[in-house]
Design a protein around this ligand. Structure first.
Ligand SMILES: [Mg+2]
Length: 396
C-alpha cells in the first residue's frame, strides 16, 4: 500500500479556546472575540465565536453589531495576538515533532504529511490521537483532525466532527466518504459554482461523481470540469509543502463611519499598502497576487485581484496595483465601510539589494528599508510618503 497519509489538524474555536484557558470562569458562557460591539453600534467583525455563542447563530466574519443583537449576554473580548501567537507556535512545534512536512494554512490549522513517520510513530489515526493528546496536555486546547490519503479529503474530514473530532477515511473509501456530502464542501465550488452544479442536477458530491466527466468539462471548461470530476472521486495529488507557512499577508480597516469621500479611502488604502509592504519585507516575503477588498454600506463585499509580472514588497510597486483594483471595484455612489489589501502568491525572498546600483526596483527597496528602520526607531509616521502629503495639501 503506497497511499499517502495526510492529517489536517484544525484547532477548535482557537482564539476563544485560548481565552477560556486563560480565564476558566468563561467556560460554559458564550464568548465572542472581535471588535468592540459598543452596545450594538460597533463596526468591526467577529474574529472567533466559541461553541456556546455559535448556538445563538454567531459566527466568524459576522458584523459585531449583529453578533451583539443575537447574543447580547455574550462575553465580548478584543483579540490578544501575542497570546494566540505563542499558543500557535507551541502547537506547530508539536506538529514538527511528528513530521518535517508541515504546511500551515493559518495560525491554527495545518496539513501534515506523516507517510514517512508511520514506521516510527504508528499509523495515521495513532499519530492523530498522539497529536491531539499532546496539544491537550501541553496547551490545554482541543484540535479536530482528519486523516486521509489527500489534502482535500483530510480537510473535509477534520470539519465533520468538531470540536475535539477525529475522522479517519481509509484509503480506497474516499469517494464513498464524500458521496453523501453537500456540494458546498467541494473545494473550489463558490456560490456560482454550486448553482451551476445544482443546474446539472447535483446536490451531493456523489451526484457530481456520477456525472460523466465530459458533462462537467462542457459546463466548467477543461481545467474546472476535470478538477470537480477528480475531486468528487477523492483524487487530489497536491503535496504538503512546508516552508510556505504564510499563504497571504494583508491588512484591512473598518471606517468609524461609512465614508463617501474617495480621497479618504485612497489615503487609508495607501497606509494599508505601506503596512503590508513593511510586513512583507520584515518576513522576507514578496508576492505576485494583489487583492483589494471593499465593503460597502449595507455590508455587500467585493474583492478584485490581479497577478503581476514581478513579486512586490514595496509600497511603490504595491500601491499602483491596489489603487487600480480599488477603482475597478468601486461603486462611487455607495459609501464605503471597509477597505483591505492582501498580497499572496509568494515566491522566495525578494532580490538582494544591489548596493551600488541606482534607480529601479532596487532603489525602491533601499528607500523602503530606510523608511522601515526610521519607523522602527522613531515610530510610524516619521517619514510620510510624498503621495500622502500631496493628498493632504489637496484637502486644504
Ligand atoms: Mg480552527
Amino acid at each position: 500500500m503506497n497511499a499517502r497519509t495526510i492529517l489536517h489538524v484544525d484547532m477548535d474555536a482557537f482564539f476563544a479556546a485560548v481565552e477560556e484557558r486563560e480565564d476558566p470562569t468563561l467556560r460554559g458562557k458564550p464568548v465572542v472575540i472581535g471588535a468592540d460591539p459598543r452596545g450594538g453600534k460597533g463596526r468591526g467583525v467577529v474574529s472567533t465565536a466559541n461553541y456556546e455563542a455559535r448556538k445563538f447563530g454567531v459566527g466568524s466574519a459576522m458584523p459585531i453589531g449583529e453578533a451583539w443583537r443575537r447574543c447580547p449576554q455574550a462575553v465580548f473580548l478584543p483579540p490578544r495576538g501575542k497570546l494566540y501567537g505563542d499558543a500557535s507556535r507551541a502547537i506547530f512545534e508539536i506538529f514538527e515533532h511528528y513530521t518535517e512536512l508541515v504546511e500551515g494554512l493559518s495560525v491554527d490549522e495545518a496539513f501534515l504529511d506523516v507517510t514517512a513517520s508511520r514506521r516510527l510513530f504508528g499509523d495515521g489515526p495513532t499519530i492523530a490521537r498522539a497529536i491531539k493528546d499532546e496539544i491537550r496536555a501541553k496547551q490545554s486546547l482541543t484540535a479536530s483532525v482528519g486523516v486521509a490519503s489527500s489534502k482535500y479529503v483530510a480537510k473535509v474530514a477534520s470539519d465533520l466532527d468538531k470540536p475535539d473530532g477525529l475522522v479517519v477515511v481509509e484509503p480506497g473509501s474516499e469517494a464513498e466518504f464524500l458521496a453523501p456530502l453537500d456540494i458546498k464542501r467541494l473545494w473550489g465550488a463558490g456560490p456560482k459554482g454550486q448553482q451551476a452544479l445544482r443546474g446539472l442536477g447535483c446536490r451531493t458530491i456523489g451526484d457530481v461523481a456520477a456525472l460523466d466527466a465530459a458533462v462537467l468539462v462542457r459546463r466548467f471548461g477543461e481545467a474546472g470540469g476535470m478538477h470537480f470530476h477528480r475531486l468528487s472521486h477523492g483524487l487530489d495529488e497536491r503535496r504538503v509543502s512546508p516552508g510556505h507557512e504564510r499563504k497571504s499577508l494583508g491588512k484591512e480597516r473598518t471606517f468609524g463611519e461609512d465614508v463617501s469621500d474617495r480621497r479618504v479611502v485612497e489615503r487609508k488604502l495607501l497606509g494599508l499598502c505601506e503596512g503590508v509592504a513593511a510586513s512583507l519585507r520584515r518576513k522576507k516575503l514578496a508576492g505576485t497576487t494583489v487583492t483589494v477588498k471593499l465593503r460597502f454600506e449595507g455590508f455587500e463585499t467585493l474583492t478584485r485581484r490581479c497577478t503581476l509580472d514581478a513579486p512586490v514588497d514595496t509600497v511603490e510597486t504595491l500601491w499602483p496595483a491596489a489603487r487600480a483594483l480599488f477603482h475597478d471595484a468601486d461603486r462611487p455612489k455607495q459609501k464605503i465601510r471597509l477597505i483591505g489589501v492582501t498580497v499572496s502568491g509568494f515566491e522566495s525572498a525578494p532580490p538582494q539589494l544591489g548596493l551600488f546600483e541606482t534607480g529601479g526596483p532596487d532603489l525602491d527597496h533601499r528607500v523602503a528599508e530606510v523608511v522601515d528602520r526610521l519607523s522602527e526607531r522613531y515610530g510610524r509616521g516619521t517619514v510620510t510618503r510624498a503621495a500622502l502629503l500631496e493628498e493632504k495639501k489637496n484637502d486644504g
